[in-house]
Design a binder for this molecule. Structure first.
Ligand SMILES: *Cc1c(COP(=O)(O)O)cnc(C)c1O
Length: 405
């Protein structure tokens, strides 16, 4: 057992900015997190681990992803040159595979054979089930009961991949409740189980682990742009749910002060309405899901219901490093509404022939606003976090077109 003093100290581990991050979790998970942290530190210099990671990223996930020059968008918008980092071309259709490959290898290194994960719309659950199938591990996915009803196709997909899906019936039966249920499950069974955190959130070291595995996005983008343009971008834009694709897109540019970093949050019906998910713009400091960060909450510290047309962005909090980057003004965070995101969904399809995820289209919508105001010799890299096939039916519905019965 640790003394109260040691516990206070251990909360200082993994602090971002003045005080975001930390480890606000039950004592039972403390030792487990320490083991995870130790394995994580080791894996960075473990040659066998790095070789396996590299092999899976290339031969399974289809990396490196393209850095595509969006000629039509650039011409149409008439300002900065636009490059798209194509995470939509990865196996399973989004950036999430980068993270689950890394964490599944970490779980193996720790001797675990059972993966558990939370999922909202099902994207992270599908990615986790995918990697579990590949590596011959068990996977159990916790999903709010409401979400299991809304996303029946993804529930079936996870089961097809061999996962067991647990509908969570506590709280409002959505993503935040699924995270709580997964943390609880991990606390009660950690001997053989690893929690694959789905975004750059949760208690330390998860925000650092997820950033590390997603940093491949900006590592590649920086090299690819160097090759094509022989310079740094002027701006990097990515959408922010919990913040994993954004922190991965920012990571290798944070120390380049000339590169502007922009995170795009889902404003839903508008940042000034209560149907929003713009955590950094509208939220306040709090402690939830094992971390201190910014959350959408009421005056009593109750986590608010969040809303966005994009299921992948409606998380009531944000990763602690984003809260810190916002606080120190190293990155800027802006809100994009449902309407603007849907317009961008249609725009990028027609201009570039790319059906991009509605989450990613929040970033595209911001690029549409900012690119015309920039000079033609300036460069924007915009991360397309995922493909939009999953969104076609709901966008049609948003436009009043009924395509399924
Ligand atoms: C899950 C998801 C997101 C949001 O998650 P982050 O951790 O903020 O990256 C964004 N885009 C797509 C396509 C997703 O599947």
């Amino acid at each position: 057992m640790k003394t109260a003093e040691e516990n206070k100290l251990s909360k200082k581990v993994g602090i971002y900015g003045k005080e975001f991050g930390g480890q606000y979790i039950p004592e039972t998970l403390m030792t487990e997190l320490e083991k995870v942290e130790k394995a994580f530190k080791e894996c960075k210099t473990d040659e066998k681990f790095q070789a396996q990671l590299h092999d899976l990223l290339i031969n399974y996930a289809n990396r490196p992803s393209l850095l595509y020059y969006a000629k039509n968008m650039t011409k149409d918008l008439g300002g900065a040159k636009i490059y798209l980092k194509r995470e939509d071309l990865n196996h399973t259709g989004a950036h999430k595979i980068n993270n689950v490959i890394g964490q599944a290898l970490l779980a193996k290194k720790l001797g675990k054979k059972r993966l558990i994960a939370e999922t909202g719309a099902g994207q992270h659950g599908v990615a986790t089930a995918t990697i579990a199938a590949l590596m011959g591990m068990e996977s159990e996915i916790f999903m709010g009961k409401k979400d299991t009803e809304r996303q029946r196709l993804n529930v079936y997909r996870m089961e097809l991949l061999g996962a067991k899906v647990h509908p969570v019936t506590t709280g409002s039966m959505v993503l935040k409740d699924a995270v709580n249920a997964t943390l609880q499950e991990w606390a009660s069974r950690s001997e053989d189980t690893y929690y694959v955190m789905g975004s750059a959130v949760g208690p330390y070291p998860f925000p650092a682990i997820v950033k590390y595995f997603q940093s491949v996005i900006s590592k590649e983008a920086k090299e690819q742009l160097q090759e094509k343009e022989h310079k740094l971008p002027d701006m990097v834009v990515a959408c922010v749910g919990g913040g994993s694709n954004a922190i991965g897109s920012f990571a290798n540019f944070i120390d380049d002060p000339s590169v502007q970093l922009v995170g795009v949050e889902a404003a839903g019906k508008g940042v000034d309405t209560d149907q929003t998910a713009a955590t950094i713009e509208r939220g306040s400091e709090g402690i939830f899901h094992g971390m201190k960060s910014l959350f959408l909450q009421n005056n009593d510290g109750q986590i608010d219901k969040v809303y966005s047309i994009s299921a992948g962005l409606d998380y009531p909090g944000v990763g602690p490093e984003h809260a810190a980057l916002a606080e120190m003004k190293r990155a800027q965070y802006v809100g994009i509404t449902d309407d603007e995101a849907v317009d961008a969904f249609e725009y990028i399809a027609k201009e570039e022939g790319i059906v991009a995820a509605i989450e990613s289209c929040h970033a595209v919508a911001y690029v549409r606003k900012i690119a015309p105001k920039m000079r033609k010799d300036q460069i924007i890299i915009c991360t397309l976090s995922g493909r939009g096939d999953k969104d076609v039916a709901s966008i049609a519905k948003y436009r009043g077109v009924q395509i399924d019965d």
